[in-house]
Design a binder for this molecule. Structure first.
Ligand code: AMP
Ligand code: GLY
Length: 425
């Protein structure tokens, strides 16, 4: 089978790497891919923002299955367009992807279906904002309704700060219209968990859980980023809690979307806060998490293609996915300045040496390749991912890989999975 993966980040590199291991996959294409992904897939030039050109390229290669990495093409209807042409594609339609592309839709949907989530208010004018602010005590979380590439959520310490942040979003001063509607939310406390399931529109099967490290700096300080690292172990979610999340979150979402006329197929990513009053949904994503996918796929023992085909063909069933009890960890190496302004084009050394460390695979998140060397080409550059018999071994292998890599301005968190390690030792 010929498989086409859309995207260019670390998540897509991990998808390509795992798909290549499938005995049924004969060719893996990645559009646009990257310098690093080119080692594991045939990269095709293209721009995911240009749906017509994308359809033209896909028509040329006639993939047997297409897998979509990022959210934007999903929210712009790539699945609708491919399906209309009779091409198999893994992911939700644009209408179903509103669970991620509109936070107001997601909150109202959760309320309609009794899915546990933080108290909220949706505002589309200054008057509504003023009224809503009366209902919340600080701290207040302000969220732009639309897609904002990880920049749409601000935790505000005071009501005045929330008014300013939300006001700037509503006026279009920031985020170019993604914040023309805003969601205010009560601030929740607890451990965050990323829980992904595969859905065929009716049934769901879980992937192993992961934890993402969103803040730029050690000790969960600094600004939010796309994710500076992640890990996955069995201990993150026991069987009882997994069943609870399936019963109270994942299955009701899929049943609710189906009942409302928008069957949800693909990956449903549930971002959860494990609070003292139980798990609460922070957000849904309509695709694989990045960088959670890197350690999660490292633990997958079954054929990833099988899971995708089961979703596309509407026959997802328990036992489709098999998992190792090993732990896996991903440490992201970012460009100097990220998540703010950063420079690209820095020469990277040591990737091969890192890849040679036992259990390590270096996934490329933003690199180019020229004249025999890799250069930085993004904010997040590499995801050094390692598997180990336990978390301590996975962490030690990942950081051993990190220690071999260098580029000017490189920064990374030194405490990925450290809290979990401390609690088991
Ligand atoms: P979201 O894109 O909605 O997941 O928000 C991004 C990040 O902001 C989350 O991963 C949390 O770290 C944080 N966050 C979002 N909503 C809340 C909330 N209600 N309380 C506390 N933190 C939140
Ligand atoms: N790591 C969080 C996300 O992919 O949105």
């Amino acid at each position: 089978m010929k498989v086409l993966v859309l995207g260019s980040g670390g998540r897509e590199h991990a998808l390509v790497w795992k798909l290549r291991q499938s005995p049924r996959v004969t060719r893996v294409y990645c559009l646009p891919g990257s310098g690093g992904i080119a080692a594991d897939a045939e990269c095709l030039p293209g721009d995911l923002k240009n749906l017509d050109a994308l359809l033209h390229t896909a028509n040329g290669i006639q993939p047997d299955l297409t897998v979509v990495g990022p959210e934007r093409p999903l929210s712009e209807g790539v699945v609708d367009e491919f399906s209309r042409r009779g091409w198999r594609i893994f992911g939700p339609t644009a209408a179903a992807a509103r669970l991620e592309s509109s936070k107001a839709f997601a909150k109202e949907f959760m309320q309609r279906h009794n899915i546990p989530t933080a108290k909220y208010a949706v505002c589309s004018s200054d008057t509504e904002l003023r009224e809503a602010l009366e209902l919340f005590g600080p701290p207040i979380v302000v969220k732009a309704d639309g897609l904002a590439a990880g920049k749409g959520v601000v935790l505000c310490a005071t009501s005045e700060a929330a008014a300013k942040v939300a006001g700037d979003m509503l006026s279009g001063k920031v985020l170019e219209g993604a914040g023309r509607r805003v969601v205010l939310e009560e601030c929740l406390e607890g451990e965050e968990i990323s829980f992904m399931v595969v859905s065929d529109g009716e049934r769901v099967i879980p992937l192993v859980a992961a934890q993402d490290f969103k803040r730029a700096d050690d000790g969960d300080t600094g600004p939010n980023t796309g994710g500076m690292g992640s890990y996955s172990t069995d201990a993150l979610l026991d069987d009882e809690m997994q069943e609870w999340l399936l019963t109270h979150v994942a299955r009701p979402v899929v049943a609710g979307m189906r009942a409302e006329g928008f069957p949800y197929k693909g990956i449903l990513y549930c971002g959860l806060m494990m609070t003292a009053r139980g798990p609460q949904v922070l957000e849904f994503n309509c695709r694989f998490g990045d960088p959670e996918t890197q350690p999660v796929l490292m633990r997958m023992e079954s054929d990833l293609l099988g899971g995708f085909m089961a979703s596309v063909e509407g026959r997802v069933s328990d036992g489709d996915l098999k998992w190792s009890h090993d732990a896996a960890v991903c440490v992201v190496l970012a460009s100097g300045g990220y998540p703010g302004a950063y420079e690209v084009g820095k020469k990277i050394t040591g990737i091969e040496e890192a890849d040679r460390v036992e259990g390590v695979k270096v996934f490329h998140a933003g690199t180019t390749f020229r004249d025999g060397a890799f250069y930085t080409a993004g904010g997040r550059v590499l995801g050094v991912t390692a598997r180990g018999a336990d978390l301590a071994q996975a962490v030690s292998r990942a950081y051993s890989g990190v220690g071999r890599i260098h580029f000017e301005g490189m920064h990374f968190r030194k405490d990925i999975a450290a809290r979990a390690l401390k609690s088991v030792s």
